[in-house]
Design a protein around this ligand. Structure first.
Ligand code: F6P
Length: 324
């Protein structure tokens, strides 16, 4: 392998820049070329490339977002799009790819490999932490810290006004952000897609809170929960059952994806980037690099996409005990 292409694809996440920096500098360390591909697979199709060296990635380890920009490319889903992308890579002398993104990005990488036998390596970058084969995805730790910081602030208002806050957090179909940030921020109740506790349980819990003498409450709700109501419908439902509660809704939204990466995400990104490049140089392909029990390990991309990034249900019990 003489030249590696690196791209970020799907939703951006804090730590992607640190991963780009790591890939670029590991290539330089091993005396091979590195090309940044802009706007994910769309840039591959349009030939939007830039040669990168160690100095192209100065001062980005601390920056959120991705300097290479990101996109969810529809054209790459077509054989014609992938053919154009392949031609561009060959023309630029790129002979392997590092794809930083989530499961959609990995699905594209696998398909591309199967059609063109092109070496690919994935780095998990998403705040959702919903990828099998890694305990942490890039950006998840930062997002947790952001959510906890914001809920701490909301708690000030909740307790000053004796209010109940329903706080919706991201995570797509996974409840990792809700569960962990919920415990970290001391939520009364946490609703996640993996464990549908139902509306009765929520009401019961709020009843208990009141009886236990709590004057304000925080409920953290994962956007993918299976309760069957939007967070605003839930507000109406709670208010109709508890007229004494003054309920407010806060949907945290994209603030969860931004900001400077935490130290954990920066170190993780640096480690994953080194492993991704060195694995390609050792002739490996079709893997995702991840972290399990603090070791950087490879998981076949196919498993990473299809596997279940299980939620630790013991955390639900911890949350219950904490909200007594
Ligand atoms: O996958 C990251 C994520 O932020 C999810 O948590 C969320 O459901 C989705 O992306 C939002 O996507 P978009 O930025 O396209 O609205």
């Amino acid at each position: 392998i003489k030249k590696i292409g690196v791209l970020t694809s799907g939703g951006d996440s804090p730590g992607m820049n640190a991963a780009i920096r790591s890939v670029v500098r590991t290539c330089a360390f091993h005396n091979i070329g590195c090309v940044g591909i802009y706007r994910g697979y769309q840039g591959m199709i349009e030939g939007d490339f830039k040669e990168m060296g160690p100095r192209s990635v100065n001062n980005i380890v601390n920056k959120g977002g991705t300097i290479l920009k990101s996109a969810r490319s529809m054209d790459f889903k077509t054989p014609e799009g992938r053919e154009k992308a392949h031609k561009n890579l060959v023309k630029a002398g790129i002979d392997a790819l590092v794809v930083i993104g989530g499961d959609g990005s990995f699905t594209g990488a696998l398909l591309f490999n199967s059609e063109y036998d092109f070496p690919v390596m994935g780095i998990p970058g998403t705040i959702d932490n919903d990828i099998y084969g890694t305990s942490y995805t890039l950006g998840y730790d930062t997002a947790l810290n952001t959510v906890v910081e914001v809920i701490d602030k909301i708690r000030d208002t909740a307790s000053s006004h004796n209010r109940l806050f329903l706080i919706e957090v991201m995570g797509r179909d996974a409840g990792h952000i809700a569960l962990n940030a919920g415990i970290g921020a001391g939520a009364e109740e946490i609703l996640i897609p993996e464990e549908d506790l139902g509306l009765d349980r929520l009401l019961d819990s709020l009843r208990k809170s009141k009886a236990a003498g709590k004057s304000s409450s925080i409920v953290v709700i994962s956007e993918g929960d299976k309760i069957g109501k939007t967070v605003f419908e839930l507000k109406d439902y709670v208010e109709s059952n508890f007229p004494e509660y003054d309920v407010r809704v806060s949907v945290l939204g994209h603030m969860q994806r931004g900001g400077a990466p935490s130290c954990f995400d920066r170190v993780l990104a640096s480690r994953l980037g080194v492993k991704a490049v060195e694995s390609l140089l050792e002739g490996e392909s079709n893997y995702m690099v991840g972290i399990l029990a603090d070791k950087i390990v490879l998981t076949p991309l196919e498993q990473a996409i299809k596997g279940d990034s299980e939620i630790d249900t013991e955390l639900l019990r911890v949350s219950d005990i904490m909200s007594i």
